[in-house]
Ligand binder design. Sequence first.
Ligand code: F6R
Length: 470
Amino acid sequence: MISESTLLDNPDGQLPAAAPTGGPIQSAITYEKIPTHIYADAKDASRAVAQEIADLIRQKQSEGKPCVLGLATGSSPKTVYAELIRMHREEGLSFHNVVSFNLDEYYPMEPDSLQSYWRFMREQLFDHVDIPAGNYHVPDGTLRTDKVAEFAKQYEAEIEAAGGLDFQLLGIGGNGHIGFNEPGSLINSHTRLMMLDNSTRAAASVDFGGLPKTPRKAITMGVSSILGARRVVLLAWGERKAPVIRGAVEGLVTELNPASYLQTHPNALFVIDEAAASELTRMKTPWLVDSVVWDNKMKKKAVTYLSLTLGKPVLKLTDRDYNDNGMSDLLAQYGQAYDINIDVFNQLQHTITGWPGGKPNADDTNRPERALPAHKRCLIFSPHPDDDIISMGGTFQRLRDQGHEVHVGYQTSGNIAVADDEALRFADYVVDFNTKFGIKSPKPPGFSRMQQLPFARKRTPKWTLPRCVT
Ligand code: F6R
């Protein structure tokens, strides 16, 4: 376990100090057992990580040595790779001395398959920089099963022969996996064939066209291979990663969250965006780690948190509840719980209205929406067609009833939420049903014979669902 003094000595985990803009958010870190840098967004964060990698490559070049990198795939490192490519093109960063070893590869997997990590690395980085072709390594997904153990040993031996990993880049799975070391992996695990967790397969199934087509196994570097790197940087973007990041950074070291093993590494750093940090104590309940400015927003955040944590209505919170839960500061500033409760209750109350577009001729001092102009033009954004109705159908209707002009912007056509094989399965079903009951399928307008062809076939065709052109 990393010691308290290590944390205090190295709170920044060595990335450049906070820049005036675009730098990490600095604040107290009392609960955190791994140095963690939080950035406003993934772009700023990726730039800082790419800069550290570039500095290392250049330093090794000046020493006449190879720079041995452990690399990850997935969505998280893409922005880092893009920045490295930019540095290669615009700043002359050369990769001639880089030797790289990727963390993992699906098994079985042909290197030129769409989902292969070999292909991913070439497309996202290697084909765009001057790394010599023989210098990069990705586990071989084409081996016979009985050859994998021998390959795994050799992979580790090659890393060793190259001088060990100078730098290991990681992403993190929603279940805490690093590489494909799924929960249950031991801290001393080595490179091996690993059964993938169902949640990992479900996340990957989008790329494979459904769960049944998603591989069940992967070859992955082990936890001990990762911990052997001299420097480890883990990336995480988005709210989906927030709970697992909290577990890894603030929780106990446990095989149930393999990323928590990084607490034992003397030179690890988490680089995350604000959304991925949202469950960390310093973000979620900042008043527990430092003094805060008790403005209305912070007051509301703290009191609603207290109410939810204690399972008590806001108006029933007592002075004691405030004192026992690290909010005595707030009490000291505003007097008594009674007044704070009413203030926050009113803040919450004023967000609820039967007049979402504002009530004409009403006093709107405490209303969420202004009274004038009485009739507004509203734009509702809906990630998928139907999210608007599911999440705010009543409000939608009320806006119309109250005479506003309402528009909806659908942010996708919805087609990516339904895999082609699902759509074809249902289309097949309709065709079978109609055939069986002698129902003549109506021909959709402008839907040519060619385009209808796949629907007429009994077996699921291999090609993708054609678009209906009207
Ligand atoms: C990929 C890898 C995985 C991913 C993790 C997060 O080489 O080792 O551990 O880093 O599944 O994936 P993304 O970044 O897509 O969320």
